[in-house]
Design a protein. Structure first.
Length: 531
């Protein structure tokens, strides 16, 4: 009986030994499925391209280092780690090598330069027979290289598996994964200029963040959507939850006095006022239903033109006394307020525009001067382009085309247009806003010699969380500029948030950034060649 038991145990031991050897041989000879799957990838991810055929995102070869710990002795694991760590930062590398796994990644997506030392070491180890059973290896993977730091938030990034994480890389992932190329309306060289000037303005004013947008009003093409701070799209470690978000289309803020241009448009359309009549009195404050509206200084006698020029809250409140809330609400909706952006950007905030049944007795006055309404910078840009575009709303364009593997364009952008205000109202508003960029206006810092500019400043208070009022020392500085002022070709919006410097107003913080951008557009690009 005992002899039989020993025979069975011996047989099981031999069987276990044979199975173990088979497993070792199979691991040594046959590659891990992850390696096979990578080798079987059929197509290269499509490129993202700007309006001048410059590649903003392009596929590139990267190198990844893998290991198969089960094939190594404890001593060999330490030998491998010590050799490889000379040329690469292998965080958790020793811990991974000491695991009981068949396959681990030691370092993914290294650039050719970054991986050169590793590849040489692995090659030498194979030649000297230190690597016998594919214990360590380097594989070529497809990765992504980005050429325009300024366009980062629109273009987005891919993750370690080459799938879109943000921006167009995410919203257009289905096309890009098939190898299709996406052609945008962005100008990467212009965006670099905008980025530099926005960054400079934010740093000079000790602000926390900001956005700048340029729209070509003739085509409604978005030439530039820029945010600062940003991140390095070629280094995923530089991404944080704060800088990954595109503030231009996701950050909601109360726009302040830039809303007066839309309120003035409503008054003109409804014949509540003309540019010069009636005349209102601004003693510096006005009280409605126990709410006091104030200006920094009394403006005296003001008409609608003066209200826009001097950004007079008291005067605009008197104009808004005529407004019917349902009509005013529908009017603002036609500009796109309170609606998601019609663009292939996934971080699309619709802003805040409550329905009239939720308005208080003060709401129409508050909204008329830019409070009790939330917008994002891109939404504000598109709405302002209605004024620049002869009063007609037209859908903005970000994608010009998508080409398949044969080069055929398979994309047709959506199109919608309708009149929001009359041509006369559009012209009158632009003429009124020329006065803003003058000695007696709020945006003299936006003035450029030889260029006619219309614009509107805004200084919006920043609301506290959970409806606890406003911060006394935090503001959004906004400037909307139209260039030239007659039949404007370009609408430029600059928003700078939470300045901690000496100034915080739209006229002193955002308007100079606008002026610097336009000056460089004139001297360094061809955008004003035919103006």
């Amino acid at each position: 009986m005992r002899q039989n038991r020993i025979t069975v145990i011996f047989f099981l031991f031999i069987l276990f030994f044979i199975l173990l050897q088979i497993r070792i041989i199979s691991i040594s000879i046959f590659p891990d499925p992850r390696l096979k799957n990578m080798a079987a990838v059929p197509s290269t991810r499509g490129s993202i391209i700007d309006r001048n055929s410059r590649e903003l995102a392009v596929s590139s070869a990267f190198y990844s280092l893998y290991a198969r710990p089960k094939l190594m002795t404890a001593a060999r694991r330490h030998d491998f780690y010590n050799l490889l760590a000379v040329s690469a930062d292998l965080s958790n590398g020793m811990q991974l090598l000491e695991s009981d796994k068949n396959f681990v990644w030691l370092k993914r997506k290294m650039t050719p330069g970054e991986s050169a030392g590793i590849r040489e070491i692995v090659s030498d180890m194979k030649k000297s027979n230190l690597i016998v059973h594919d214990e360590i290896g380097v594989i070529t993977e497809e990765g992504r290289f980005y050429t325009s730091a300024a366009s980062t938030h629109v273009v987005g990034v891919v993750g370690i598996d080459n799938t879109g994480l943000s921006g167009l890389e995410l919203s257009m992932n289905g096309y890009l994964a098939k190898g299709y190329s996406v052609y945008t309306t962005l100008d990467s060289e212009l965006s670099a200029i905008v980025f530099e000037e926005l960054k400079k303005g934010i740093i000079e004013n000790q602000a926390e963040y900001g956005s700048a947008i340029i729209i070509d009003n003739s085509s409604m093409e978005l030439l530039s959507i820029v945010n600062f701070p940003s991140y390095d799209p070629n280094d995923l470690k530089s991404i944080t939850t704060f800088n990954l978000q595109s503030k231009a289309n996701s950050s909601i803020f109360e726009p302040g006095s830039v809303m007066k241009q839309f309120s003035a448009a409503f008054a003109l359309e409804k014949k509540y006022a003309t540019p010069s009549y009636p005349v209102y009195d601004c003693p510096g404050y006005a009280t409605i239903d126990e709410q006091t509206f104030s200006c920094e200084n009394p403006h005296g006698k003001v008409d609608l033109t003066s209200i826009i020029q001097k950004s007079c809250n008291v005067g605009m409140v008197q104009v808004a006394d005529n407004f019917k809330k349902h009509e005013f609400y529908e009017f603002l909706r036609n500009f796109g307020f309170g609606e998601s952006l019609p663009l292939p950007l996934l971080e699309n905030s619709s802003g805040i525009l409550r329905t009239p049944d939720r308005w208080s007795a003060l709401s129409k006055y508050m909204i008329a001067i830019g409070q009790e309404i939330g917008v994002n910078a891109l939404q504000l840009s598109i709405a302002s382009s209605v004024i620049a575009g002869d009063g007609v709303y037209r859908m903005p364009v970000l994608i010009r085309g998508i080409t398949d593997e044969r080069g055929n364009n398979i994309y047709r952008p959506g199109f919608k247009s309708f009149r929001v205000i009359s041509s006369e109202t559009s012209r009158e508003l632009l003429s009124m806003m020329e006065r803003v960029v003058s000695e007696n206006g709020t945006a003299i810092k936006a003035k450029i010699e030889g260029v006619t500019i219309a614009g509107k400043t805004g200084t919006g208070q920043i609301a506290k969380e959970k409806g606890q009022g406003y911060y006394k020392d935090l503001f959004n500085a906004v400037f909307i500029g139209y260039v030239p002022s007659v039949r404007p070709r370009y609408t430029v919006v600059v928003v700078i948030s939470k300045s901690h410097g000496d100034y915080h107003t739209g006229g002193l913080v955002a308007a100079p950034v606008f002026a610097n951008i336009i000056r460089r557009m004139i001297t360094s690009t061809s955008y004003f060649t035919n103006e």
